[in-house]
Design a protein around this ligand. Structure first.
Ligand code: F6R
Length: 246
């Protein structure tokens, strides 16, 4: 895994945006895998700035988001569809019909999930997958578990994740208990992966991802097996790495 160090959140976001913009400049009809959460917010802001400066266009891009809370509709302010529309899609020239996010209200999550994987495959697969990392090492909503092999599906969220994400809701009770998430198998099929990490509360997960055993108890550790992964992280998130990596 290639590691790019950043001083802080602002520098991480700028470097990540440039990395994504370069992908789109080289292949204007790129298929991007996108993430939500607080980590990529600054990256989207920087991409919007690059777009307004005329440096990049998303007109031919298509996108597939990693996940969506199950039970939240697109107009719910905490739904990931709402997040993406407000924080990125509506502010650039990506075509709404080319953006895909799991349907949090699907009455048939199993059928929906199989179809989501088919749509990704039909689009030619993901060229660049953007990821954040949970403080428990989850990627997308693939929580610590016993197996790596899974495609898009409905999952139960761990208590740890519900607590981490409660900051976005009025109370912990309002955090949905389930989500539709791309699986690790779907994520690993991306041609290139860009993972971002910022802050001290990610330092243990980053260390385990890079230096620990490849173990489904730490889902992000499977990225050690992918041939083209770049981590852009700030000094605090890299703070617990052994000297050979830092
Ligand atoms: C979001 C996602 C999650 C987040 C992770 C980190 O689409 O799939 O795995 O990347 O929970 O969240 P933040 O960035 O809020 O710390």
């Amino acid at each position: 895994m290639k590691i790019i160090k950043a001083r802080d959140y602002v520098e991480m976001s700028r470097k990540a945006a440039h990395y994504i913009a370069a992908q789109v400049l080289l292949k204007p009809n790129s298929v991007l895998g996108l993430a939500t959460g607080s980590t990529p917010l600054g990256t989207y802001q920087e991409l919007i700035r690059l777009y307004h400066n005329g440096e990049v266009s998303f007109i031919q891009v298509s996108s597939f988001n990693l996940d969506e809370y199950y039970s939240l509709g697109p107009n719910h302010p905490q739904s990931y569809r709402y997040f993406m529309d407000e924080n990125f899609f509506k502010q650039v020239d990506i075509q709404a019909e080319n953006t895909h996010i799991p349907d949090g209200l699907s009455p048939n999550p199993d059928g929906f999930s199989a179809d989501y994987d088919r749509q990704i495959a039909n689009a030619g697969g993901i060229d660049l997958q953007l990821l954040g990392i949970g403080s428990n090492g989850h990627i997308a909503f693939n929580e610590p578990g016993k197996v790596f092999s899974a495609q898009t599906r409905l999952v139960d969220l761990k208590e740890h994740t519900i607590e981490d994400n409660a900051r976005f809701f009025d109370s912990k009770d309002e955090v949905p208990r389930q989500a539709i998430t791309m699986g690790l198998k779907s994520i690993l099929s991306a041609k290139r992966i860009l993972i971002l990490a910022c802050g001290e509360n990610k330092a243990d997960a980053v260390k385990a991802m890079l230096e620990g055993p490849i173990d489904p108890a730490l889902p992000a550790s499977i990225l050690q097996l992918h041939p083209n992964v770049t981590l852009i992280a700030d000094e605090k998130a890299l703070g617990k790495l052994s000297s050979s990596n830092s």
